[in-house]
Design a binder for this molecule. Sequence first.
Ligand code: PGA
Length: 252
Amino acid sequence: MRKKIVAGNWKMNTTPAEGVELLKGVAALKGEVCSCVNFIVCPPFTHLSEVVKVAKGTGIAVGAQNCAAEAKGAYTGEVSTQMIASLGVEYVILGHSERREYYAETSATLNKKMEQAYANNLTPIYCVGEKLEERESGKYFDVISAQIKEVVYNLSAEQFAKLVVAYEPVWAIGTGKTASAEQAQEIHAFIRKVLAEKFGAAADDTAILYGGSCKPGNAAEIFAKADVDGGLIGGAALVAKDFIAIGKGFAK
Ligand code: PGA
């Protein structure tokens, strides 16, 4: 049985105090959702310490949105996985398209970040996805396959067993445009096939999340697809009742 996951990527939103309120709101409503759903919230670094404390006992896990590619040292402004993990954080989002696009993250950087994540027992949520022009030119299978092969293929079997993957078509992120459930399923099945070429049957157990304008109104249809195991939610994760409503996309 694959894990069902609904993860919130808060991006650069909320103050720490607002973040704590948001988490409390999610925790208060969580009982309305199937206990089969694993909720994760990924606030900014500044919030992690307090959010982990408040999340304790709620069954909601906490993730970071990024981490340093190095273990420690003279890297002004960076935050290491040791620092993050020491707070009780369990996950880290890596390879988000905004990091790839605005901060020039390459597969080489991401390989180092993955190594750091595993070195400190953080579970990576590794994002892949094509840009609009790559979808329109039909190159998207090649793009996604390369994003997987250049990074995920370097993991050991033991590391791979922990990995969570998120498919986030860049043209659907924050745009209000969502991939159709059929488009999502097509790519999720493709991702699983590419993973299986390297890791065999273990790929059947990998949670693959959909991200990109996932909302209460479309979550159930997308989550119903065979290879979709949940969502990585941006905008809608900033409103507790919407985030919870997305969780309800999995039948109770
Ligand atoms: P969105 O963002 O739900 O606002 O489209 C998703 C993401 O980037 O993780």
